[in-house]
Design a protein around this ligand. Structure first.
Ligand code: 5GP
Ligand code: MG
Length: 185
């Protein structure tokens, strides 16, 4: 049976305010990026965050897409993350900002950061909306974080459970903390 929403963790208002503040931080960081920046966004969880964030960023930018899949479970096991495909502008010599929904173990961002670093960019930074209590190892650095959250499974504002709930305008916790790790079969 599909789990239900237990509680709202981050309200629509809180998301709006924090994304606006994050955009100011990011804009200040790239103040001198004359040629513009390249955003590399990790599908599909980041789509809502991306849409809200980039409309608040004033600089010239191009947006590229990356798809990462994990080897097991429909939702949450991301160790062994693999870069499946991407569609990117030429990022050589450009400042790149990777945008993702949430960093948990860091496996997803690690593969994207490594792949982008191999394309000869001028710099690589990462922005995430959510970070789970510092579980990601030191080699996965995140420069801009919307919210630090407890280690619960969240949905909404782009994040899914088995493909649904992405359209919720807030971030919510699933009943029972969401699905547990699934055995690899
Ligand atoms: P990581 O690779 O850092 O362990 O996990 C990152 C990816 O796993 C995220 O981009 C997201 O797709 C998924 N993920 C991790 N935690 C959650 C969560 O609480 N809710 C949802 N919906 N996805 C999560
Ligand atoms: Mg993701």
């Amino acid at each position: 049976m599909e789990p239900t929403i237990d509680r709202i963790l981050i309200s629509e208002n809180a998301l709006r305010d924090r994304v606006a503040a994050l955009a100011e931080e990011i804009a200040a960081t790239y103040r001198d990026a004359d040629g513009g920046i390249a955003i590399v966004t990790v599908l599909a969880g980041s789509i809502v965050f991306l849409a809200d964030l980039i409309r608040r960023l004033p600089m010239r930018m191009r947006v590229g897409l990356a798809m990462v899949s994990s080897y097991a479970g429909p939702t949450r096991v991301s160790e062994g993350a693999v870069l499946r495909s991407w569609s990117l502008p030429d990022v050589a010599g450009l400042d790149v900002l990777i945008v993702d929904d949430i960093v948990d173990t860091g496996g997803t961002l690690r593969v994207v950061q490594r792949a982008v670093a191999g394309l000869d960019p001028r710099s690589v930074r990462t922005a995430v909306l959510l970070r789970k209590v510092a579980k990601a190892p030191a080699d996965v650095s995140v420069d801009f974080v919307g919210f630090d959250i407890e280690d619960v499974f969240v949905v909404g504002y782009g994040l899914d459970y088995d493909g649904v709930y992405r359209n919720l305008p807030y971030v919510a916790v699933l009943a029972d903390g969401g699905p547990g790790p699934r055995p690899v079969s």
